[in-house]
Design a protein. Structure first.
Length: 226
């Protein structure tokens, strides 16, 4: 992959997804699903977990419920998943992704605005990120509570651009999932994908670039940070 800048001029802002991009929660979500299904004598299907990735909980759990033919409502499944999620964490903080701190410093040194646009809820964002003391470093956070349609709908990134006060084409979105990538591109933004081990790489067509991690030197070049 070439490390040439993905925009003809430096971006005015960088918008981050959260789960699987900033914070390493995807293994926790997977273990949560495994435990929930184990109680019902079922096994998790990797393709369903991948389809859920990057979408709001209600949307994801409806996919999950229908595939596994669960009789519980989405609301009841959400409550059970929340309980199991924090049981899996077992009092630990979900770790930040390697390289996040250094990347934030580089972006701040260049004076670019940073924001978060996540499919998770505001309550979850506060709970999962507050221990890391980084929320204040972002201009704003948009969550599933702020939109009618979740990713892969472009709504959240369209709203991010409107709040930033410039066209979506002038921001770079950092995503990890195919659903997030589709949302960013449909909004007109540039999108760099930083996939983790659970991301299906063959579903990342359309990405402006794919890099192996937030600490990848080429990411700084792609963002025009060096």
């Amino acid at each position: 992959m070439s490390a040439e800048p993905i925009v003809t001029r430096a971006p005015r802002s960088v918008v981050f997804d959260l789960d699987g991009l900033m914070i390493d929660t995807e293994p926790i979500f997977e273990e949560t699903a495994i435990r929930l299904l184990r109680r019902r004598g079922q096994s998790a299907a990797p393709e369903i977990l991948q389809a859920m990735m990057g979408t709001p909980a209600r949307q994801a759990l409806e996919i999950f419920r229908q595939h596994h033919r669960l009789h519980e409502s989405v609301e009841k499944l959400a409550a059970e998943c929340s309980q199991l999620f924090f049981e899996v964490l077992d009092g630990r903080n979900a770790p930040l992704m390697i390289g996040l701190g250094e990347l934030l410093e580089q972006i701040e040194a260049r004076g670019l605005t940073k924001a978060i646009a996540t499919s998770s809820s505001a309550r979850y964002v506060e709970r999962i990120l507050a221990p890391h003391h980084i929320l204040h470093r972002f201009a704003f956070v948009l969550t599933c509570d702020d939109v009618r349609l979740g990713k892969p709908s472009p709504e959240i990134y369209e709203k991010a651009a409107a709040r930033l006060g410039h066209p979506a084409a002038e921001m770079v979105v950092l995503e990890d999932s195919p659903n997030g990538l589709r949302a960013a591109k449909a909004a007109g933004a540039r999108c760099v994908v930083v996939p983790h081990a659970r991301v299906p790489l063959d579903n990342l067509g359309g990405a402006d670039a794919i890099v192996p991690g937030l600490n990848a030197p080429e990411l700084l070049d792609l963002l025009g940070l060096r």
